[in-house]
Design a protein around this ligand. Structure first.
Ligand code: SAM
Length: 192
Protein backbone atom coordinates (compact mmCIF):
# COMPACT_ATOMS: atom_id res chain seq x y z
CA UNK A 1 0.00 0.00 0.00
CA UNK A 2 1.51 3.31 -1.08
CA UNK A 3 1.34 6.22 1.35
CA UNK A 4 -0.44 9.44 0.37
CA UNK A 5 2.87 11.26 0.91
CA UNK A 6 4.68 8.99 -1.52
CA UNK A 7 1.98 9.34 -4.18
CA UNK A 8 2.05 13.11 -3.84
CA UNK A 9 5.84 13.38 -3.79
CA UNK A 10 6.37 11.32 -6.95
CA UNK A 11 3.14 12.16 -8.78
CA UNK A 12 2.31 8.45 -8.75
CA UNK A 13 -1.08 8.54 -10.38
CA UNK A 14 -1.14 6.09 -13.26
CA UNK A 15 -2.94 6.89 -16.51
CA UNK A 16 -6.32 5.13 -16.85
CA UNK A 17 -6.67 2.50 -19.60
CA UNK A 18 -9.18 4.48 -21.66
CA UNK A 19 -6.95 7.56 -21.74
CA UNK A 20 -3.86 5.50 -22.66
CA UNK A 21 -5.84 3.97 -25.51
CA UNK A 22 -7.17 7.31 -26.73
CA UNK A 23 -3.62 8.67 -26.81
CA UNK A 24 -2.07 5.65 -28.52
CA UNK A 25 -4.87 5.56 -31.09
CA UNK A 26 -3.98 9.13 -32.11
CA UNK A 27 -0.47 8.09 -33.17
CA UNK A 28 0.20 7.70 -36.89
CA UNK A 29 -0.11 4.11 -38.13
CA UNK A 30 3.59 3.89 -39.05
CA UNK A 31 4.59 3.84 -35.36
CA UNK A 32 3.16 0.32 -35.24
CA UNK A 33 5.46 -1.04 -37.92
CA UNK A 34 8.13 -3.60 -36.98
CA UNK A 35 11.01 -2.59 -34.72
CA UNK A 36 9.68 0.87 -33.85
CA UNK A 37 10.67 1.54 -30.26
CA UNK A 38 8.62 3.09 -27.47
CA UNK A 39 10.03 4.58 -24.28
CA UNK A 40 8.23 5.88 -21.20
CA UNK A 41 10.90 7.69 -19.12
CA UNK A 42 8.63 7.71 -16.03
CA UNK A 43 6.77 4.44 -16.72
CA UNK A 44 5.25 3.74 -13.29
CA UNK A 45 3.63 0.31 -13.33
CA UNK A 46 3.72 0.36 -17.13
CA UNK A 47 0.28 1.58 -18.15
CA UNK A 48 1.57 2.90 -21.49
CA UNK A 49 4.06 0.12 -22.02
CA UNK A 50 1.59 -2.73 -21.49
CA UNK A 51 -0.83 -1.20 -23.99
CA UNK A 52 1.96 -0.73 -26.50
CA UNK A 53 2.79 -4.42 -26.10
CA UNK A 54 -0.87 -5.47 -26.39
CA UNK A 55 -1.32 -3.40 -29.54
CA UNK A 56 1.87 -4.69 -31.13
CA UNK A 57 0.78 -8.27 -30.43
CA UNK A 58 -2.70 -7.59 -31.83
CA UNK A 59 -1.04 -6.25 -34.96
CA UNK A 60 0.80 -9.52 -35.43
CA UNK A 61 4.27 -8.72 -34.05
CA UNK A 62 6.15 -11.66 -32.59
CA UNK A 63 6.03 -11.54 -28.75
CA UNK A 64 9.79 -11.46 -28.09
CA UNK A 65 10.49 -8.96 -30.88
CA UNK A 66 7.68 -6.72 -29.61
CA UNK A 67 8.99 -6.87 -26.05
CA UNK A 68 12.48 -5.95 -27.21
CA UNK A 69 11.20 -2.63 -28.60
CA UNK A 70 9.66 -1.46 -25.32
CA UNK A 71 11.64 0.70 -22.88
CA UNK A 72 10.87 2.28 -19.54
CA UNK A 73 12.48 3.86 -16.50
CA UNK A 74 11.24 4.99 -13.10
CA UNK A 75 12.73 6.09 -9.79
CA UNK A 76 10.53 3.73 -7.76
CA UNK A 77 11.88 0.20 -7.60
CA UNK A 78 8.52 -1.48 -6.91
CA UNK A 79 6.97 0.23 -9.93
CA UNK A 80 9.70 -1.18 -12.15
CA UNK A 81 9.19 -4.63 -10.65
CA UNK A 82 5.43 -4.42 -11.31
CA UNK A 83 5.93 -3.07 -14.82
CA UNK A 84 8.32 -5.90 -15.73
CA UNK A 85 5.93 -8.50 -14.31
CA UNK A 86 2.92 -7.07 -16.14
CA UNK A 87 4.78 -7.11 -19.47
CA UNK A 88 5.88 -10.69 -18.87
CA UNK A 89 2.39 -11.71 -17.78
CA UNK A 90 1.05 -10.53 -21.14
CA UNK A 91 3.80 -12.48 -22.89
CA UNK A 92 2.86 -15.57 -20.86
CA UNK A 93 -0.60 -15.57 -22.43
CA UNK A 94 1.05 -15.85 -25.87
CA UNK A 95 4.03 -18.11 -25.29
CA UNK A 96 6.00 -19.56 -22.38
CA UNK A 97 8.21 -16.94 -20.73
CA UNK A 98 11.89 -17.73 -21.30
CA UNK A 99 15.19 -16.22 -20.20
CA UNK A 100 15.19 -14.17 -23.41
CA UNK A 101 11.96 -12.41 -22.42
CA UNK A 102 13.26 -11.82 -18.91
CA UNK A 103 16.54 -10.48 -20.29
CA UNK A 104 14.61 -8.03 -22.48
CA UNK A 105 12.64 -6.55 -19.59
CA UNK A 106 15.74 -6.43 -17.38
CA UNK A 107 17.64 -4.49 -20.02
CA UNK A 108 14.85 -2.25 -21.19
CA UNK A 109 12.78 -1.49 -18.09
CA UNK A 110 15.08 -0.03 -15.49
CA UNK A 111 15.10 1.49 -12.06
CA UNK A 112 16.78 4.88 -11.82
CA UNK A 113 18.91 5.07 -8.72
CA UNK A 114 18.38 8.62 -7.49
CA UNK A 115 21.68 8.54 -5.59
CA UNK A 116 23.46 7.98 -8.90
CA UNK A 117 21.17 10.23 -10.91
CA UNK A 118 19.94 12.95 -8.52
CA UNK A 119 17.83 14.59 -11.24
CA UNK A 120 16.05 11.32 -12.04
CA UNK A 121 15.13 10.71 -15.65
CA UNK A 122 16.42 14.13 -16.64
CA UNK A 123 19.96 12.85 -16.14
CA UNK A 124 19.53 9.16 -16.73
CA UNK A 125 21.69 7.50 -19.38
CA UNK A 126 19.09 6.14 -21.80
CA UNK A 127 21.46 3.82 -23.65
CA UNK A 128 19.95 0.80 -21.78
CA UNK A 129 23.20 -1.12 -21.86
CA UNK A 130 22.82 -3.03 -18.58
CA UNK A 131 23.38 -6.69 -19.19
CA UNK A 132 21.59 -8.79 -16.60
CA UNK A 133 23.66 -11.45 -14.87
CA UNK A 134 22.69 -15.05 -15.56
CA UNK A 135 22.10 -15.59 -11.86
CA UNK A 136 19.57 -12.73 -11.85
CA UNK A 137 17.71 -14.27 -14.78
CA UNK A 138 17.53 -17.61 -12.99
CA UNK A 139 16.44 -15.88 -9.78
CA UNK A 140 13.67 -14.13 -11.72
CA UNK A 141 12.52 -17.29 -13.42
CA UNK A 142 12.18 -18.94 -10.00
CA UNK A 143 10.56 -15.84 -8.55
CA UNK A 144 7.91 -15.79 -11.27
CA UNK A 145 7.05 -19.46 -11.45
CA UNK A 146 7.74 -20.85 -7.99
CA UNK A 147 6.15 -17.91 -6.21
CA UNK A 148 3.36 -17.44 -8.77
CA UNK A 149 4.22 -13.76 -9.08
CA UNK A 150 1.96 -13.21 -12.07
CA UNK A 151 -0.96 -13.64 -9.67
CA UNK A 152 0.19 -10.52 -7.82
CA UNK A 153 -0.12 -8.13 -10.74
CA UNK A 154 -3.22 -6.98 -12.53
CA UNK A 155 -3.79 -6.50 -16.21
CA UNK A 156 -6.68 -4.57 -17.70
CA UNK A 157 -9.62 -6.44 -19.12
CA UNK A 158 -8.96 -6.56 -22.87
CA UNK A 159 -11.20 -7.12 -25.85
CA UNK A 160 -10.67 -10.33 -27.79
CA UNK A 161 -8.68 -8.60 -30.50
CA UNK A 162 -5.82 -8.20 -28.00
CA UNK A 163 -5.72 -11.88 -27.08
CA UNK A 164 -4.07 -14.75 -28.94
CA UNK A 165 -7.55 -16.15 -29.73
CA UNK A 166 -8.79 -12.85 -31.16
CA UNK A 167 -5.59 -12.42 -33.08
CA UNK A 168 -6.09 -15.80 -34.65
CA UNK A 169 -9.09 -14.40 -36.53
CA UNK A 170 -7.21 -11.32 -37.65
CA UNK A 171 -3.93 -12.97 -38.60
CA UNK A 172 -4.84 -16.47 -39.50
CA UNK A 173 -1.67 -17.57 -41.29
CA UNK A 174 0.36 -20.31 -39.63
CA UNK A 175 3.36 -18.01 -39.39
CA UNK A 176 1.48 -15.34 -37.47
CA UNK A 177 -0.38 -17.72 -35.21
CA UNK A 178 1.09 -17.55 -31.69
CA UNK A 179 3.06 -20.61 -30.66
CA UNK A 180 0.78 -21.20 -27.71
CA UNK A 181 -2.24 -21.51 -29.96
CA UNK A 182 -0.48 -23.89 -32.27
CA UNK A 183 0.17 -26.04 -29.21
CA UNK A 184 -3.48 -25.82 -28.17
CA UNK A 185 -4.62 -26.68 -31.68
CA UNK A 186 -2.64 -29.90 -31.56
CA UNK A 187 -4.22 -30.70 -28.21
CA UNK A 188 -7.70 -30.05 -29.61
CA UNK A 189 -6.95 -32.36 -32.52
CA UNK A 190 -5.73 -35.03 -30.09
CA UNK A 191 -9.02 -34.84 -28.15
CA UNK A 192 -11.01 -35.33 -31.35
C1 SAM B 1 2.07 10.25 -13.11
S1 SAM B 1 2.99 8.70 -12.91
C2 SAM B 1 2.91 8.17 -14.57
C3 SAM B 1 3.27 6.75 -14.78
C4 SAM B 1 3.00 6.22 -16.19
N1 SAM B 1 3.78 6.94 -17.17
C5 SAM B 1 1.54 6.31 -16.53
O1 SAM B 1 1.20 7.10 -17.42
O2 SAM B 1 0.72 5.61 -15.91
C6 SAM B 1 4.61 9.33 -12.71
C7 SAM B 1 5.72 8.30 -12.47
O3 SAM B 1 6.97 9.00 -12.54
C8 SAM B 1 7.85 8.49 -11.59
N2 SAM B 1 8.83 9.57 -11.36
C9 SAM B 1 8.74 10.64 -10.56
N3 SAM B 1 9.85 11.40 -10.67
C10 SAM B 1 10.64 10.80 -11.60
C11 SAM B 1 11.91 11.11 -12.17
N4 SAM B 1 12.59 12.19 -11.79
N5 SAM B 1 12.41 10.27 -13.12
C12 SAM B 1 11.73 9.16 -13.48
N6 SAM B 1 10.54 8.81 -12.96
C13 SAM B 1 10.01 9.62 -12.04
C14 SAM B 1 6.99 8.11 -10.42
O4 SAM B 1 7.57 7.13 -9.61
C15 SAM B 1 5.71 7.62 -11.13
O5 SAM B 1 5.74 6.23 -11.31
Amino acid sequence: MKSKERIKKNAEIFTPNTLVNDMLNKLPQEVWSDNKTFCDPACGNGQFLIWVLLKKLAKGHKPLAALQTIYGADIMRDNIQECRLRLLKIISTWEPVTEEHIKAVFQNVVWINMKKYPQGSLQYDFSFKNTPRTKDLVRWMNYIYKENKFDDVELPFVEEQFTPAGCLDLFATEEETPALLNKNRVQEKDVD
